[in-house]
Design a protein around this ligand. Structure first.
Ligand code: M6R
Length: 610
């Protein structure tokens, strides 16, 4: 889940590589490095532990790095701690440098074989075996492309690599299996990167590599071949990403920007998909109606925040009689499956590159699940390419590691799917008209929820010295409590746990004292009275509660109970609205604690390792 970028350019490549790395920093940020083939045909390499800012400091100390061919990397450590020694690019001797995003599963076996050949290792990474392997093939007379082809044939695992050699200074070879890699087409220049955003300042035109592709950028030409050297033809794609969409603008952090973009993002997700009181089913793509006609149940698969969106949606589907299972993608492999007839797989993912979700999708195909639909935010992602049906969340780029607008737009998109499938399970036109009306009102309700920020900022101050917090919710709001706890953990490093409110008395109530903040969401729904009982159970034990409540829920400030009223909202879309104050709470606690909000420690935006 690192980020890689490389180029064969007309002028010095260093600024381009650094710009690309900064745009990829969301993929990992515990160390970084750059290697350039300099004007004396030597590899200049600079690496540093820490974020790209540390690399820039190291570069300013090491002096100019002229050269038109180079590769760069920002790391999320897997094998070996985030030290300079383990930072990429890795080299074999003085002439070959390589960057890799992925994990080489058979690295131990390759390492032993290479040691037997007298090779010494400089790092603790799994990547170093790749560069050594390539070097061995070059030593026996192969050129860079042929050496990479031989090497990828023995690699197991998921990876995307970029390699340069002083033997062929105007050449850059890339390869992918599992991890993403795109090829940027410039004017007399060519590039590779983990995603399009890395190259947005230099090109909008791309080839998206498929698994098993190897790209050879050589003397101004781009050739894509498979492992045996057979040419592969990939469509040229033009990115619609704009520099403005990924700019921070007036905000201090991307997370704040993305929280505040949610009204517009939801409106974009609905745009051209509803008309009058009806859903336009064509938005799911050609063939969707036939697939929905055959659907008897759905299996949602996702990770992290996207998984919580799935848990909310289960309540929505089941309300209209659509049987729905939801599973964490990384657990999908861990059990035997009795595959139901007519079961549609629905994957949820912001990035579309989460390897756990991708491999669970692959497993559903092996097992014979019917068809697949993805709800995803990145148009050119692997998940979009590998699914039968696609419903894009038009949230715009989400850069903050903590997912916010991706979550609320996923929920919005899931409401559209509820209608599409609900129609087949007896949803009436009156029901549909009600759901559409609620969706139309959503952007304004989101804007209203955002006005709670000043009140939330005050409350956030109560958290900065706390080590733990509990989040409570019931029904479709239990996943909202889970999401609130995840946001707080990620951004403030406060240990937070979420419970269905009725579960407290079965154990966790033992944790409650006046040092344990307890946060609850209280929509005005049929579970309200039971929730109120649970709130009283906490108060009776001296617990300090903060409750985000619908005014019609009639919950008011009392001793040990602070209430923030969220503008009234229909109970069915309330989860979308109640998520927003919890996002803002996490953000402001993180701000007070001074954490790195957009790049919390140990995490990465796009999780491309299993
Ligand atoms: O890109 P995806 O939606 O597939 O990512 C899934 C999770 O990695 C992601 O939601 C993660 O949990 C976020 N950091 C949560 O804020």
């Amino acid at each position: 889940m690192c980020g890689i970028v490389g180029a064969v350019a007309k002028s010095d490549v260093l600024p381009l590589l650094l710009d690309g790395l900064k745009r990829l920093e969301y993929r990992g940020y515990d160390s970084a490095g750059i290697a350039v083939i300099n004007d004396r045909n030597q590899i200049s390499r600079t690496r540093s532990a820490g974020k790209i800012a540390e690399l820039e400091k190291a570069l300013s100390c090491s002096g100019a790095m002229p050269g038109t061919t180079g590769i760069a990397h920002t790391r999320w450590a897997t094998h070996g701690p985030p030290t300079e020694i383990n930072a990429h690019p890795h080299m074999s001797g003085q002439n070959l440098a390589l960057v890799c995003n992925g994990i080489i599963e058979n690295h131990e076996m390759l390492r032993q074989a290479q040691r037997r050949n007298g090779i010494e290792f400089a790092s603790e990474t799994d990547t170093e075996v790749i560069v050594n392997e390539i070097q061995q093939h070059i030593d026996r007379g192969l050129d860079l492309l042929a050496a990479v082809m031989e090497t990828v044939a023995v690699l197991e695992g998921a990876y995307a690599i970029g390699v340069v050699s002083t033997n062929e200074p105007n050449r850059l070879v890339g390869a992918r299996r599992g991890s993403p890699l795109v090829v940027g087409i410039g004017e007399g220049e060519s590039y590779i990167a983990s995603d399009m955003s890395a190259l947005i300042s230099v090109t909008r035109d791309f080839f998206i590599l498929e698994n098993g592709d190897i790209v050879d950028i050589h003397d101004g030409n781009i050739a894509i071949v498979d492992q045996s050297g057979r040419p592969q033809f990939r469509d040229r794609k033009t990115s619609r990403l704009t520099a403005e969409a990924i700019a921070l603008g007036e905000h201090r952090h991307y997370m704040a920007k993305e929280i505040h973009e949610q009204g517009a993002a939801i409106a974009n997700t609905l745009d051209n998909r509803i008309t009058g009181t009806r859903l336009l089913e064509e938005c799911f793509g050609a063939g969707a109606a036939a697939i929905f006609d055959e659907t008897r149940s759905i299996q949602i698969i996702a990770c992290g925040t996207s998984y919580y969106a799935g848990l909310v949606a289960r309540h929505w589907f089941e309300e209209f009689g659509v049987p729905c299972q939801v599973e964490i993608a990384s657990e999908f492999h861990s059990r035997h499956h009795a595959v139901p007839d007519g079961c549609l797989t629905v994957t949820l993912s912001q990035s579309g590159e989460t390897i756990d979700t991708l491999s669970a999708l692959a497993l559903t195909r092996e097992l014979g699940y019917m068809n697949s639909l993805t709800i995803c935010n990145v148009p050119e992602s692997s998940l979009v390419r590998e699914s039968d049906l696609v419903l894009m969340t038009h949230a715009g780029p989400e850069i903050g590691v903590a997912s916010t607008k991706a979550f609320t737009t996923q929920l919005t998109a899931l409401r559209l799917l509820v209608i599409a499938l609900g129609r087949r399970f007896g949803m009436t036109e009156t029901d549909e008209a009600r759901l559409i009306k609620e969706l139309r009102e959503l952007p304004a309700k989101v804007e209203a929820a955002l006005t709670l920020e000043p009140a939330i900022m005050e409350i956030a101050g109560q958290f900065s010295d706390k080590h733990h917090a509990l989040f409570l919710g019931r029904g479709a709001h239990y996943p909202i409590a889970l999401e609130g706890a995840l946001k707080l953990k990620e951004i403030s490093y406060i240990h937070a746990e979420a419970y269905p409110a009725g579960e407290l008395k079965h154990g966790p109530l033992a944790l409650v004292d006046n040092e344990m903040p307890v946060i609850s969401v209280a929509p005005n729904d049929r579970l309200l009275n039971k929730l109120k009982g649970n709130i009283e159970e906490v108060r009776a034990r001296g617990g300090k509660l903060i409750v985000f409540a619908d005014p019609h829920a009639r919950i008011y400030d009392q001793e040990n109970l602070q209430v923030i009223h969220v503008a009234p909202v229909d109970s069915s879309i309330a989860p979308i609205i109640f998520a927003i104050p919890l996002q803002m709470l996490a953000y402001h606690v993180g701000l007070i604690k001074g954490t790195d909000i957009d790049k919390p420690r140990n995490l990465a935006k796009s999780v491309t390792v299993e």
